[in-house]
Ligand binder design. Structure first.
Ligand code: RTP
Ligand code: MG
Length: 140
């Protein structure tokens, strides 16, 4: 399998509870390398643009409010099959349905405050990485 990059976001529920290091350990133990990382506060416009695919969904406004409620850590993860591997490490969207040992099973508070985002395809990963990172901010 080829080396890939994927976009990860540690969400406000996790930064609030000081879980950045514990979540990063899960990525690193799975063989994902953190090759870009910054802690930022999303603007409402940025959050709306990032989640534009969900703008017809009933949870859209709540999701945007949640994502701007505190700092997030945006990250580029690199490794063999990084897109799928990261989704595996994250676990299902709803933490009550996530496999044990996944980030969401261990740390998420709810289906919305579920601690992490990860790109769901290689094409989305490329677009999502470009949304947050300049080439010079990624250091493999
Ligand atoms: P993500 O995009 O954050 O990696 O998560 P995902 O693919 O597992 O979930 P997705 O269906 O893309 O939904 C994006 C985020 O919206 C929130 N959500 N809330 N209240 C609800 O029913 C609901 N459903 C989804 C979650 O924060 C989810 O991660
Ligand atoms: Mg998604």
């Amino acid at each position: 399998m080829a080396s890939e990059r994927t976009l990860s976001i540690i969400k406000p529920d996790a930064t609030r509870r000081n879980l950045t290091g514990k979540i990063n350990t899960k990525f690193e133990e799975a063989g994902l390398k953190i090759v870009g990382q910054k802690r930022i506060r999303l603007s409402k416009e940025q959050a709306e643009a990032f989640y534009a695919v969900h703008n017809e969904r009933p949870f859209f406004n709540d999701l945007v409010s949640f994502m701007i409620s505190g700092p997030v850590v945006v990250q580029v993860l690199e490794g063999e099959g990084a897109v799928a591997k990261n989704r595996e490490v994250m676990g299902a969207t709803d933490p009550s349905k996530a496999d044990p040992n996944t980030i969401r099973a261990q740390f998420a508070e709810s289906i919305e405050a579920n601690s992490v985002h990860g790109s769901d395809s290689l094409e989305n990963a490329r677009n999502e990485i470009a949304f947050f990172f300049a080439q010079t901010e990624i250091c493999p």
